[in-house]
Design a binder for this molecule. Sequence first.
Ligand SMILES: C=C(O[C@H]1C=CC=C(C(=O)O)[C@@H]1O)C(=O)O
Length: 396
Amino acid sequence: MTSTSAARRPSTESPTDPVRLLRSWAPGEGSWFSGPRGAMLTRGVRARPSSADPDAVLACLREVGTRSGSPAVAIGALPYDATASAHLVVPEHVERAGPLGAVLTAEQAHAPVTGVARPVPEPARYEAMVAEALARMEAGPLEKVVLARTLEVLADRPVDTVPMLRALARRDPRLYLFAVDLPPERTGTPRTLLGASPELLLAREGHRVTVNPLAGSAARSSDPAEDRRRGEALLASAKDRHEHALVVDDIVERLRPLAVDLEVPDGPSLVATATLWHLSTTLRAHVAGTEVSALHLAQALHPTPAVCGVPRADAAAAIDEIEPFDRGFYTGTVGWTDARGDGEWVMALRCGEVEGDRVRLWAGAGIVPASSPPDELVETTVKLRTLLDALGLDEG
Ligand SMILES: C=C(O[C@H]1C=CC=C(C(=O)O)[C@@H]1O)C(=O)O
């Protein structure tokens, strides 16, 4: 563990206005995380855990807590590839508030970003990637794989992440909104991972554990009757229910050795974001003691088949071989964990990495034998809109 100056005292955690809190987020100064359980703004760096190993993080949090006399939190992001470097910090200040709710609707839209967005791979190549995954499924043990594509945006000026986060909050404040400073990669330019994810990997509150996988998606419609029809069709779709069940089964198998009283609903239900319907299952369980922290549980589940596939090793190999880019933190997990073992970790989806005038956006789709390449391309295009709209860019 490395420590930085403790010149500023940590704030005590007090109830506060979530909108005021959101408006005080500034890139380079700390991180933002919010969802249905509340919002968190952090500032400064008190310590950096030496690794993302959950025991090392818990030990670091307990040491910082003892030294500072107040409960410590670690916040950050873990990459898709568990062998790549995680980014976790123990902030100097943590301020919490209730959920954002529908409170930013009156806020002014910001000036759109202008620039060019280059798809990597090209859309036709993405369809070929899906076709290749389908061929692998016919030939071998692969049952499901999530394949992604990216948009590389080059803006005509440095991109301001403050209005982007506010735009995400305005559009759908109930999602998991995050903005995490990442260590600079090129020429010291600050990097921010920013997103509006609908998917909770795991929350631990005391002994209670909640897991909420999503898999199976359909684009929404502006016509209410058609919108409802699409939601109902998704709920009835054998292809999407299968894609979803593979995720739930994998989570149940990995959670069972770590938790008790596991409750698994009989079937999925529908949830909606501004652009998509998803199949959703909320699983609940209990864990004993603080030794199995939210971070332990998140790492035990990650990467679920909502972002990787089944069997995991075959899907990971297919992703490695078929996708022409490094996922970085996309399809990793973003969140926080504290010294009591509580925490929330969400899937890093509907997100982008902003670095000066460059933004990289990602979106993926779960491929199962009944998938069709053009439909999966459309699904990724709809998913990319979340961040494109936050940027104010038309391309997609
Ligand atoms: C991989 C993504 O979504 C996952 C989460 C929800 C639904 C999904 C789907 O229907 O394919 C994906 O598994 C993404 O948004 O980039």
